[in-house]
Design a protein around this ligand. Structure first.
Ligand SMILES: [Zn+2]
Length: 111
């Protein structure tokens, strides 16, 4: 499978909350002390939808899958899923393997 990539995120220095960013204040404690961090891109599929009629900006890319992924570090983020949409199921193990138009691309994790 493709090489894994790390997820760029923010970690609140005050309370430890992780956030996909960009953000100026921590959502939990409103601290401005958010530090850039990188997280392993292993996670699990929470929900997904297949985009068949793409907005103008993404025209020519449809169909593609937008998904919510829970990383093992506890961060929840939105990304895209590579591969066959028919294989998708709840809690499918995923790994971040790239970036596409500012979103992380996830691939089914087989190891
Ligand atoms: Zn905080």
């Amino acid at each position: 499978m493709p090489d894994p990539v790390l997820i760029k995120a923010l970690r609140c220095a005050a309370c430890g909350r992780l956030d996909p960013g960009p953000r100026d204040l921590c959502e939990a404690c409103h601290s401005p002390d958010l530090e850039p961090t990188e997280l392993p891109g292993d996670g699990a599929l929470v929900s997904w939808t297949t985009i068949r009629r793409a907005p103008t900006r993404f025209k020519g890319q449809a169909p593609y899958v937008i998904a919510v992924v829970d990383l093992e570090s506890g961060l929840r983020l939105t990304g895209r899923i590579a591969g066959d949409p028919d294989r998708l199921r709840l809690a499918l193990p995923l790994r971040a393997t790239g970036e596409h138009d500012g979103a992380y691309l996830f691939t089914e994790r087989t190891t």
